[in-house]
Design a binder for this molecule. Sequence first.
Ligand code: 13P
Ligand code: SF4
Length: 303
Amino acid sequence: WPFFAPYIHAINRLKKERDAVVLAHNYQTPEIFHCVADIAGDSLQLAKEAAKVDADVIVQCGVHFMAETSKLLNPQKTVLIPDVKAGCSLADSITGADVRLLRETYPGVPVVTYVNTSADVKAESDICCTSSNALQIVESFGVDRVLCIPDEFLAKNIAKQTNVKILTWKGHCEVHERFTAEELRAYRRDDPNIVIIAHPECPPEVVAEADFSGSTSGMINWVKQNQPKRVVMVTECSMSDNVAVENPNVEFVRPCNLCPHMKRISLKNILESLVYMREEVTVDPAVAVRARAAVERMINLGN
Ligand code: 13P
Ligand code: SF4
C-alpha cells in the first residue's frame, strides 16, 4: 500500500483535472478496482455505464474490445486505454470476414456475437450478447437456429438451457479453457461442503461440476447473497481478491488463472494515460454505425 498510495493520489487528482472517469472490469487488480475505479462491473454493466458517462474522458481499465464498446456507445467522449496491447483471445479468434462467410454458409440464421469481439465483428452481427444475457438474446429471435459466436464454450453452456439449436465457432477464452472438471472434483473430494461457482466461458464439463454459473458480476452477487463458508471462484484471479475484501466471513479457495491482457493495466500506466492522454481508442465511423446498432439492440432488449 505505501507503494501504491502516491499513484492512487495522483490518479484521483488528475481525474478531476481532466474531467475523467475510470471504468474498471471486475478482473482488474484490487488497487485499481477499489481505489481508482469510479465504476466497476462486468461487461454488460460497463457498456451501460459508458453510454451514460457525462465526463469528457473515459479511462477504460480492461481490454481493448471494452474500450471500443465505450467509444461506440459514447462517441463524443475521449476514450483512453492505458495499454493498447490489452487484447483478448476470444476477440482475436474471429474477423469480420469470417462472419460474412458464416452468413453465406447459413443464410437467414441470426448472428449473435459476444461483446468480446472487435468492432469489425460487431458490425457484421445482428446483435451482441454478454455472459449475463446470452440466453435471453439467443431466445429473443423466436427461431430454431442461431449462430452464437465466437465463444464455443459459452455457446455450449447456453445450448444446455434452451431448445434453440446453437451454431458456434471455435473461439476460447485462454483463461477459462484451462480449468478442468477433474480439478473441481478434487476440491469436492477434499471438502464435500465446498461451494464451486464458475464463469460460463469455462468448458461445459467444468460448468457441470459447479453449483452456480454466471457473469463476473453474477458470481460476485451470488457470493454476497449466499455467504458460503468456503467457495472456489472458477475464473480470473483478481475476482477473489476483489470480493474477499467485502466478504470477510467467506474463505476463498483460489484455483485462479491470470488474464495476461487484463494484467497489462496497472496504476502506473493509468497515471501515464491521464498525464499524456493516451492511448486514444477510435473506431472507423462507417464500422461504428453498424457495430453500435448491434450493441444498442442488446442493451435495449434488456430494458
Ligand atoms: P463478464 O464480466 O461479462 O462476465 O466477462 C468476463 C470476461 O472474460 C471479460 O473479458
Ligand atoms: Fe479475453 Fe478471457 Fe482475458 Fe476476458 S479473461 S479478456 S475473455 S482472454
